[in-house]
Design a protein around this ligand. Structure first.
Ligand SMILES: *[C@@H]1O[C@H](CO)[C@@H](O)[C@H](O)[C@H]1NC(C)=O
Ligand SMILES: *[C@@H]1O[C@H](CO)[C@@H](O)[C@H](O)[C@H]1NC(C)=O
Length: 209
């Protein structure tokens, strides 16, 4: 009589239409709210080939305070990735520019060097893992580790990034510390930076307090 639990399971799976794990795919319905397990699925009748193709993976504008640009193909840009645990980005860093210290709480990152030279690294409190990368080199940044990328060569540097999540998220250290209105006294007291330096960085990154 083992057939009954099996039948029950099959029936349950065929009525449960929200998540990719029980479907061939689950194209994100970006009009519905995001959930901890991803977006709800668009009805099959509304899905087209365009949901599985992303256009415009081109160099972004690097004229900003980091002299760098990230063109993302995350689930919010590319709904077909929903529930598949994968996404991508294109990174362009002008000469002298950098991607400051940041983490991706939800994803491991794989960097694939295409042009120029990038020095990249991540670290723990006691060890540094850093390398200068040339075209054809790959470097992996394990999930959640604080890491950086600096253009250490001449001319523009370009890399493609792959992430082990459709929605990797990013926490940039400078923006967390200096672009909000957490009081400068608290920032100075908890980072051991001089108060004047905190004020200077708040002015640079648009923070108040
Ligand atoms: C699906 O398509 C129908 C008909 O075009 C439209 O009314 C409906 O809003 C669409 N649903 C979603 C979730 O996109
Ligand atoms: C920061 O701004 C928010 C609203 O924008 C306000 O409620 C809060 O009191 C402010 N905090 C500080 C420390 O100024």
């Amino acid at each position: 009589m083992k057939i009954f639990p099996t039948l029950f399971l099959i029936t349950f799976l065929s009525f449960s239409t929200s998540y990719a794990s029980v479907n061939d795919f689950c194209v994100a319905d970006l009009k519905a709210p995001d959930t901890p397990s991803g977006y709800h699925c668009k009805p099959l009748a509304n899905i087209t080939s365009d949901d599985f193709v992303f256009h415009g993976f081109v160099a972004g504008d690097t004229k900003n305070s980091f002299n760098a640009a990230l063109s993302s193909a995350f689930v919010t840009d590319f709904p077909g990735l929903n529930g598949l645990g994968i996404s991508a980005a294109r990174l362009d860093i002008a000469e002298g520019g950098s991607i400051p210290m940041h983490t991706h709480p939800g994803a491991t990152e794989l960097l694939i060097m295409v042009q120029g030279e990038i020095t990249a690294g991540f670290f723990t409190t006691s060890a540094v893992f850093s390398k200068t990368l040339k075209p054809g080199d790959l470097m992996v940044f394990p999930q959640g580790m604080l890491h950086f990328q600096v253009n250490s060569g001449k001319g523009q540097a370009t890399a493609f990034l792959a992430f082990s999540s459709a929605n990797p998220g990013a926490q940039l250290l400078d923006l967390l510390l200096f672009s909000n209105n957490l009081s400068s006294e608290i920032v100075a007291q908890t980072t051991f930076l001089d108060f004047a330096q905190v004020k200077k960085l708040k002015a640079r990154f648009g923070g108040r307090g």
